[in-house]
Design a protein around this ligand. Sequence first.
Ligand code: 5AD
Ligand code: SF4
Length: 442
Amino acid sequence: MNVYDAERMADTLAPQGFVSVAAAEDADLVVLNTCHIREKAAEKVYSELGRLRVLKEAAAAEGRKVIVAVAGCVAQAEGADMVRRAPVVDIVVGPQSYHRLPELVAAAAIRPGVVDTALKAEDKFDRLVPPGREQIARRGSSAFVTIQEGCSRFCTYCVVPSTRGGEVSRPVDKVVAEVERLAAAGVREITVLGQNVNAYRGEGPDGRPWKLPRLLARLAEVPGIARLRYATSHPRAMSAELIAAHRELPQLMPYLHLPAQSGSDRILDAMNRRHTRDLYLQRLAEVRAARPDIALSSDFIVGFPGESDQDFADTMDLVERVGFASAYSFKYSPRPGTPAASMDGQVPEAVKSERLTALQAVLESQQRAFNLASVGRTVEVLFEKPGRLPGQIVGKSPHMQAVHVQAGAEMIGQIKAVRLVAVGSHSLFGEFADAVPQPIAV
Ligand code: 5AD
Ligand code: SF4
């Protein structure tokens, strides 16, 4: 979502004459788009601001003015405190106010220290400038579209409900128009985004709320769109219709990111997840019945307050039972203002580290096993960009695996059948399935 937001900020500043530059040293305006989900991410902002202070002073010595803006959830959470703690900051702008960036930049040029962290009801999406055709093409064949923002679930560890506000879904017409625009400029794959995306309930053209499966079916009709994905989902909102869409909608890719967070009912309860381990396993069994080749992914938190060795063993057991194609895992990070931060039984850092290492070792081996099992198969790859080595391009399989092929850049943006021949550390290597073996010259 932060990638999407950053793109929309750049689009909104473009009519004012701003263009993106590769290095901060060359910029007149630097926007840090920030994440508040864990302490480590939030702390990075201040070290980055230290670097920007040096850069700003160096520019000032040459008579050049640089404006520094902090956007995103750290900006939302800290507001005016940010300017006090880091006077280098000229603008603090929360996620619901990006559309006001041009005004804020103009105001900061006269009087630095502008703060806009209102969680307004007005639709910022209506006021954000859409990207031009060339800009879309430059960003590639796979695009994100935010369809839902905020979260009304209140997991006890999570800052999202306070930084992004309650759940709001964008109307169907607006989403369809954005996808049509992207498709017309060559985009082939859309990932619709929301903090709680499978709870999507946007107003349909008929005035009634549409749920995610109906929206996905509508987006599948947009000419040029070959692939659809969605992220991130909650187990409670994994409806029978959405599971059926994995069977019925060919454009919906066989990949599901469904965060479990823990395999222990006691911890899930303390997290206020409002699902049990059985419900989670049951939903995955249903998804697998609908789409047997589906690749499963998840998020896990280790060291939540009160997590015992047995609770952690339950998480390891859940992981062993499912067999994930990929997964993200984190040490519990106490966040200001969340209920879990003041719970008894905070887990020592050393225990968190030990558990994370053990969990990640299993998840890594599962990912490797999943990739190894793909070798020998022929899959469709959407090529996205040049690979790391010269003469190579890289794309994604339907299962979200990165696939490298020896080919020219002219193939980027195309979907081709590729035979997977080998695994790398976190990716696969393939050959075009229709490639004719070259006769050897004698
Ligand atoms: N500590 C650690 N991980 C967290 N996440 C959310 N809040 C926290 C926290 N306080 C993780 C969850 C979520 C992912 C985006 O970040 O696993 O699914
Ligand atoms: Fe945070 Fe996700 Fe829970 Fe919402 S559902 S509170 S975004 S972890």
